[in-house]
Design a protein. Structure first.
Ligand code: ADP
Ligand code: FDM
Ligand code: MG
Length: 212
């Protein structure tokens, strides 16, 4: 059986990194082979350019940074596909949905959601994208903004709008939305149910890996 591609998305402080780790642990303890990834992957040369940009240590034109985020996924795409075909499940903290909405949230006159999606076409497509939904007010209770580029109220509000636009687009069936406002354990239980359902569906129906 092939591995599955499971992605977490959501606003800053929605709980993505925490729940991603918990899901990886649960799946491993059930005997699944699991690779845990995150985007941006700051460890590669392209990822280091992205890191410098997010930390305010370099400037990049809007399209250029957008394409670097995309290139950072493309440099991993072949190995994602190979692992899935070899039976390893991949759980990723942010993927091309973040790529589209954060860039489009800048209100650049050219770089809208449609433009933003083009460089992502052909990437391995998630079997499920778990969207951890939190209101900006509840996210704020989990601590203030850090120092990175997009951590401000205006961006977060726009990103939330654009995520909800994606979730009513042709991609809507890829999303499972979970209320991220509950306790860590409550959210985890819902995440596990969604992940199991997605895994069972792929196996029961013999669904092949698809591409964006
Ligand atoms: P993200 O990766 O989406 O930015 P994190 O997983 O890093 O979010 O969580 C952000 C902060 O909120 C962390 O301090 C984490 O411990 C806390 N947190 C995460 N999920 C919950 C939750 N369900 N309830 C309360 N606090 C949470
Ligand atoms: N981000 C993330 C993008 O703008 N484009 C992308 O393709 C991806 C994957 O980078 F503000 C943004 C989203 C967030 C920042 O956040 C990285 P974390 O804290 O490393 O998840
Ligand atoms: Mg995180």
């Amino acid at each position: 059986m092939r591995g599955k591609l499971i992605v977490f998305e959501g606003l800053d402080r929605a709980g993505k990194s925490t729940q991603c780790e918990r899901l990886v642990e649960s799946l491993r303890s059930e005997g699944h082979r699991v690779r845990h990834m995150r985007f941006p992957d700051r460890s590669t040369p392209i990822g280091q350019m992205i890191n410098d940009y997010l930390k305010g240590q370099s400037e990049q034109e809007d399209h250029v940074i957008h394409l670097l985020f995309s290139a950072n996924r493309w440099e991993a795409a072949t190995s994602i596909r190979a692992d899935i075909e070899a039976g390893t499940t991949i759980v990723i903290d942010r993927y091309y949905y973040s790529g589209c909405v954060y860039s489009a949230a800048k209100n650049n006159p050219i770089l809208n959601l449609e433009w933003a999606r083009h460089p992502e076409e052909g990437l391995p497509r998630p079997d499920i994208c778990i969207f951890l939904d939190i209101s900006p007010a509840d996210a704020a209770k989990r601590g203030g903004f850090g120092g990175e580029k997009y951590e401000n109220q205006q961006m977060q509000d726009r990103v939330r709008q654009l995520f909800s636009q994606l979730q009513s687009s042709s991609e809507k069936d890829d999303f499972a939305t979970i209320d991220a406002g509950g306790s860590l354990d409550e959210v985890q239980l819902n995440v596990l149910q969604v992940a199991w359902r997605a895994i069972e569906r792929v196996d029961a129906e013999g669904l092949p890996l698809r591409f964006v």
